[in-house]
Ligand binder design. Structure first.
Ligand code: UDP
Ligand code: MN
Length: 206
């Protein structure tokens, strides 16, 4: 078994939806490496059971909070103090190498490790919700994306999704990312939703 792992973090059942889709996207990309997820006490037992179906390691950790209210206010993301919890990744000493991925990322099959040095090139952290000055690079590298990151408040699981037509409704502001948001939902529908109980779906508003 590989000594390397992809690691993500979820502090609640909603971000766990992202972690489930991320795990399936890594499997679709035929990763040879192990999958590990850090969970905090707030993640329900039912959700941990779902995570265990796709992750090799589901490790409980305590919440680390940056308590940096001033800078989080500048980002208008007061809820992101808990993202410090990802530092627990360093405790996964059973692995020789870990790559941490946010739970709001997807991974694409043509990954190549040959050129990863210290700085990740554009295509390894492509932000789905581009600001206007980002769009030219987004267009240029659209077909070469290795890792897609839904950074920002509007996560794919919060986007309106029609469960009959299986189409995500994306506002014009995010039109350039429509197919990528749809890809997240396709993975969710094909690999994740059947493992969730009706009660969980109702609770999570999906
Ligand atoms: N996260 C979490 N619970 C939260 C907020 C964040 O588990 O309430 C984790 C999750 O893995 C997430 C990462 O921390 O992907 C970073 O947060 P987020 O992706 O929301 O930040 P952004 O990429 O939008 O800056
Ligand atoms: Mn993120």
């Amino acid at each position: 078994m590989s000594k390397f792992a992809w690691v993500t973090l979820t502090t609640n059942d909603t971000y766990s939806l992202g972690a489930l889709v991320l795990a399936h996207s890594l499997k679709r990309a035929k990763t040879a490496h192990q999958l590990a997820v850090l969970v905090t006490p707030n993640v329900s037992q039912a959700m941990r059971d779902r995570l265990k179906e796709v992750y090799n390691v589901v490790q409980e950790v305590n919440v680390l909070d940056s308590q940096d209210a001033a800078n989080l206010a500048l980002l208008s993301r007061p809820e992101l103090g808990v993202t410090f919890t990802k530092l627990h990744c360093w405790r996964l000493v059973q692995f020789e190498k870990c790559v941490f991925l946010d739970a709001d990322t997807l991974f694409f099959a043509d990954w190549s490790t040959a050129d990863i040095k210290k700085h990740l090139p554009f295509v390894y952290n492509v932000t789905a919700y581009a600001s206007y000055c980002y769009l030219p690079a987004f267009k240029q590298f659209r077909d070469k994306i290795k890792i897609l990151h839904f950074a920002g408040k509007l996560k794919p699981w919060l986007i309106q999704f029609n469960s009959e037509t299986k189409v995500a409704s994306v506002s014009s502001e995010y039109a350039h990312a429509q197919d990528l948001i749809q890809l997240w939902w396709n993975i969710f529908c094909e690999n994740v939703i059947q493992s969730l109980s009706t009660e969980m779906c109702l609770c999570l508003n999906i």
